[in-house]
Design a protein around this ligand. Sequence first.
Ligand SMILES: C[S@@+](CC[C@H](N)C(=O)[O-])C[C@H]1O[C@@H](n2cnc3c(N)ncnc32)[C@H](O)[C@@H]1O
Length: 242
Amino acid sequence: MLIVRWTIYLCLACGGCGVRADADVENSHYTTGLPNRDGIGKFYMGREISHVMGHLGAGWLERPERERQERTDLLIAGLGLSEDFVVADIGAGTGYFTFPVAQRVPRGKVFSVDIQPEMLARIARRKALKNVTNVETVLGAEDDPKLPDNEIDLAFIVDAYHEFSFPREMGERLKESLKPGGQLVLVEYRAEDPRVPIKRLHKMSEVQVKQEMAAIGLDWVRTESYLPQQHVLTFQKPRAQP
Ligand SMILES: C[S@@+](CC[C@H](N)C(=O)[O-])C[C@H]1O[C@@H](n2cnc3c(N)ncnc32)[C@H](O)[C@@H]1O
């Protein structure tokens, strides 16, 4: 980790990447640098964090062609849900995944977490309209999903982790919320594939995801590529905590 004492230094890792660190990030996991167009100028493990997709983009998440383009039906079927699972949808947006997942856990529940109250309001409206009783909306903080400890069987994050402005803290808190042996499924557009028509900072490579999860002590279980544009990475909280 880069330790910075006073003012602005060039990144010690390469000296030429434009990444800087300053006193604001002393002793933190982050560095700062000139922002790319789609980034916030804050870097974690060499990756620039992207801007958050605002709630005005909700229509894009709910576009009718999404299921066909992204095969979201396969993703939901592939989550391996049991009827009594307690699930967390982190960065839930409009609840695109929350509701079909809630249907599959009739004896369990879904915590639907987001930092934008406008997104949660949409989920709450749909919940009331459809009389859904096993969805709980949670207003998270940028560095904390605000979930109970050791309660979650399965957490999933679809197309959101790359925009978490405190990925390290989010990951650490999320790990605490998982039951021992509980799993985290991370779905991100494949950075390795130039044919995936998504902005660079909104994609992540398998290598990058794995190193960020290893840093918080989650064990890699598998990487799957059955979706057209995204990879599905599954991690597990160790059963015996050191
Ligand atoms: C691109 S949307 C994806 C929404 C949903 N997962 C989907 O695929 O339809 C990303 C969402 O992540 C949320 N988000 C960003 N940072 C977050 C954080 N630290 N904690 C929880 N949600 C966050 C944003 O507010 C936004 O609603």
